[in-house]
Design a binder for this molecule. Structure first.
Ligand code: AHM
Ligand code: MG
Length: 343
C-alpha cells in the first residue's frame, strides 16, 4: 500500500484519536468496507471496560481466584472470567466476527454472526496471576479473515491459520497507563488511553525496536531445565553483565522489549518441551507486532509466523526481540544442533 501524504501527516501525529486514525487509514484501502476498522473499535471498547474493572479491582472485590480451572488446567482468576465475557460480548455485538478462540474457552465459539468476515483469537487477560500485586497485565489478540464462505457457519479451518495470515494483531496493556498497540501489516502504532476524554490517543507512532540492546527477559529459575544452547546464552548475558528483567507478565515484558530493545524468551525446557505460551493467541499476535517493528520472533527452528497450527491451544517455544540479540541466541542454539545436548 502506498500511503497518501495528505493522510500521513495525521496518522503519524501524536494526539490523533484511535477512531480518527482508523478512519484515515481505512480511506487508503480502496476496497475496504470498514469491517476491520469497526472490529478494532470493538476491541478498544472492551479494553476500556476491562481497564475500568482492573483499576478498581481492589475495591470491587474482583481480585483473586474464580474457583475454576481453564482448559489448560490453570486456575482462573475472577478477572480472567470477566475479561473473557467482556471481549466475547463486544465482539459478538459488533457483528464483524463469526468465531472466537479464547484461552479461557475449550472450543471455538460460534458468535452466530455468520455474515461476519473475521475470526479473533485472544488471551483476554494474560499474566492475570499478577493482578493482585498491581503488576501490569494485558489482552492479546489476533484477527484473521475467514476461509469459509461468508453466510455459512465458521469452521475449524477458519481458525487454524498461520500467524503470517493475520489481518491484524496486537495487545492492550493495563499498566501505569492503559495502552493499545497493534499492527495491520503497515507498521506498529501505540495509543494511550486518556481517561478524562475516554479515548485512546496516538502516543507512539510507527514503533521501531532498537536493533540491539543489553536487556534479557526469561524465567531464570528454570535454568537447569533449559537446553545447553539457552544455558550458554545465559552465561553470555552474565559475562556481558546485561540487565535481567522479567515480570512474569508477558505483555509488560514484551512492551518494554519493543520500546527499549532486548530479548524475551520462553523456551522449551525438560518439563515443558513446547514451552508455555500458546501459539494462536499469544505467540502469533506478538510475533506479528515484533516483526512489523523490525524485530525477530522464532521458536528456535522457524519463524513463529510460519508455524502450521494443529491444535487450538497448542504451545510453542518463543524467542523474540532485537535482531542482533535474537541472532546471538540462535548462534548458541545452532552450535548444538544435531547433538543430544540440545535435548
Ligand atoms: P497465562 O496466560 O496463564 O497468564 O500465562 C502466560 C504468562 C505470561 O504472561 C508470562 O510470560 C508467563 O506466563 C510466565 O510464566 P512463568 O511463571 O512460568 O515464568
Ligand atoms: Mg496468557
Amino acid at each position: 500500500m502506498k500511503h497518501n501524504p495528505a493522510i500521513e501527516k495525521y496518522v503519524t501525529s501524536i494526539g490523533t484519536t484511535l477512531d480518527r486514525f482508523i478512519s484515515l487509514r481505512q480511506q487508503e484501502f480502496p476496497y475496504a468496507k470498514g469491517e476491520l476498522s469497526q472490529l478494532l473499535r470493538d476491541i478498544a471498547l472492551a479494553a476500556k471496560v476491562v481497564n475500568l474493572q482492573i483499576t478498581r479491582s481492589g475495591l470491587l472485590g474482583v481480585e483473586g481466584l474464580a474457583g475454576e480451572q481453564n482448559v489448560q488446567g490453570e486456575d482462573q482468576q475472577k478477572l480472567d472470567v470477566i475479561a473473557d465475557i467482556r471481549f466475547i460480548r463486544a465482539l459478538t455485538r459488533g457483528q464483524e466476527v463469526c468465531a472466537i478462540i479464547s484461552e479461557e474457552d475449550e472450543g471455538m465459539i460460534d458468535t452466530g454472526n455468520h455474515d461476519g468476515k473475521y475470526i479473533v483469537a485472544m488471551d483476554p487477560l494474560d499474566g492475570s496471576s499478577n493482578i493482585d500485586c498491581n503488576i501490569p497485565v494485558g489482552t492479546i489478540f489476533a484477527i484473521y479473515r475467514r476461509k469459509s464462505p461468508v453466510g455459512t457457519p465458521p469452521t475449524i479451518e477458519d481458525v487454524m491459520q498461520k500467524g503470517s495470515q493475520q489481518a491484524a494483531g496486537g495487545y492492550v496493556m493495563y499498566g501505569a497507563s492503559c495502552m493499545l498497540v497493534y499492527t495491520t501489516g503497515y507498521g506498529v502504532n501505540g495509543f494511550t488511553y486518556e481517561y478524562s476524554l475516554g479515548e485512546f490517543i496516538l502516543s507512539y507512532p510507527n514503533i521501531r525496536i532498537p536493533e540491539d540492546s543489553n536487556i534479557y527477559s526469561i524465567n531464570e529459575g528454570y535454568t537447569n531445565q533449559y537446553t545447553q544452547g539457552v544455558k550458554d546464552f545465559l552465561a553470555l548475558c552474565h559475562e556481558k553483565k546485561w540487565k535481567g528483567r522479567y515480570t512474569g507478565s508477558m505483555v509488560a515484558d514484551f512492551h518494554r522489549t519493543l520500546l527499549k530493545g532486548g530479548i524475551f524468551l520462553y523456551p522449551s525446557s525438560k518439563d515443558a518441551p513446547n514451552g508455555k505460551l500458546r501459539l494462536l493467541y499469544e505467540c502469533n499476535p506478538l510475533s506479528y507486532v515484533m516483526e512489523q517493528a523490525g524485530g525477530m520472533a522464532h521458536n528456535g527452528v522457524q519463524r513463529i509466523l510460519e508455524i502450521e497450527p494443529r491444535d487450538l491451544h497448542q504451545r510453542a517455544p518463543l524467542v523474540m526481540g532485537s535482531p542482533r540479540m535474537v541472532e546471538k541466541l540462535m548462534q548458541a542454539i545452532y552450535k548444538y544442533a544435531n547433538t543430544t545436548e540440545t535435548k
